[in-house]
Design a protein around this ligand. Structure first.
Ligand code: CP
Ligand code: NVA
Length: 306
């Protein structure tokens, strides 16, 4: 199958990723000035959600409509996927009717298996391993608010989860350094760490990890699918809360990002999203703009390069 997929930030070159961020900013400008731009007229995105979502569903659905197309929400509960139809068969059939497919799933192999059998682009809307679309929005937000991230240092505080893994890929692709502060046993993917080499350093003490950094980010202590581990994780992660005092130990011009949803009083202090150093609301909005750039790039590249 020859379609171009976006399962990980590694599916694009660094230049393409920077191009997507730039284009996301342009499309944001068009929308904010009320210009109609509908390059995806008659195009249809299928969206398979095996997990809950607010931002990912809304940003893809609204994005497709704004670009002149449509999006169809597919829940495994209401499709034959939930009754055991093989992923490969589903991919063959769905990709004959759709122009792109976004999947939010548990096992990353669901995405790779679907993509291997799909005629059309497949987009990772979050797996247990990675959340690349979120990183497009995070990188756009940093770029808009602080300029280029090249050569800067970011800190990831808390669980070495899907978001953390995508931050490692972002560090490699966008050329910045990353400090990860996590409890022992909750490190990010070992192969990614090995690939990143000196670029990524693991810390146990969050204060050491944030010293002098330009970007701080964190995420929930228990991701979707880990609900049974919540009590144990809360004990272990308590020292990893990001609060104003922790941000004070970073660079004076630090930016705080959180992919949301947040648990105020847990991984962040109750007041952190209201701190002037937090850009979490702009970051959430940028899911829309960055993914419109991604959809255009994958479905109608002629416009993207125009
Ligand atoms: N950040 C993010 O992916 O949010 P949703 O789970 O609401 O889609
Ligand atoms: N790590 C979280 C991110 C949610 C957007 C999860 O996987 O649930």
């Amino acid at each position: 199958m020859s379609a171009r997929h976006f399962l990980s930030l590694k599916d694009c070159t660094p230049d393409e990723l920077v191009g997507l961020i730039r284009r996301g900013m342009e499309l944001k400008g068009l929308r904010n000035s009320g210009v109609l731009f509908e390059p995806l007229k008659n195009r249809v995105l299928g969206m398979i959600f095996e997990k809950a979502s607010t931002r990912t569903r809304l940003s893809f659905e609204a994005g497709m409509i704004q670009l002149g197309g449509q999006a169809i929400f597919l829940s495994p509960r209401d499709t034959q996927l939930g009754r055991g139809e093989p992923i490969s068969d589903s991919a063959i059939v769905m990709s004959r009717m759709l122009d792109a497919v976004m999947i939010r799933t548990f096992a990353h192999s669901t995405l790779t298996e679907f993509a291997a059998n799909s005629r059309v682009p497949v987009i990772n809307g979050l797996s247990d391993d990675l959340h690349p679309c979120q990183l497009l929005a995070d990188m756009q937000t940093f770029h808009e608010q602080r300029g280029s991230i090249v050569g800067k240092t970011a800190a990831w505080i808390g669980d070495g989860n899907n978001m953390c893994n995508s931050y490692i890929e972002a560090a490699i692709q966008f050329d910045f350094k990353l400090h990860v502060a996590c409890p022992q046993g909750y490190e990010p993917n070992a192969a990614l760490l090995a690939e990143a080499g000196e670029r990524v350093k693991i810390f146990r003490d969050p204060r050491e990890a944030v010293a002098g950094v330009h970007l701080v980010s964190t995420d929930v202590w228990a991701s979707m699918g880990q609900e049974e581990e919540i009590a144990e994780r809360h004990k272990l992660f308590a020292p990893y809360q990001v609060n104003r005092a922790l941000l004070d130990a970073a660079d004076d011009n630090v930016l705080f990002l959180h992919c949301l949803p947040a648990h105020r009083g847990e991984e962040i202090s109750v007041d952190l999203l209201d701190d002037p150093r937090s850009a979490a609301w702009d970051q959430a909005e940028n899911r829309l703009h960055a993914q419109k750039a991604l959809l255009e790039f994958l479905v109608e590249p002629a416009y993207h390069h125009a």
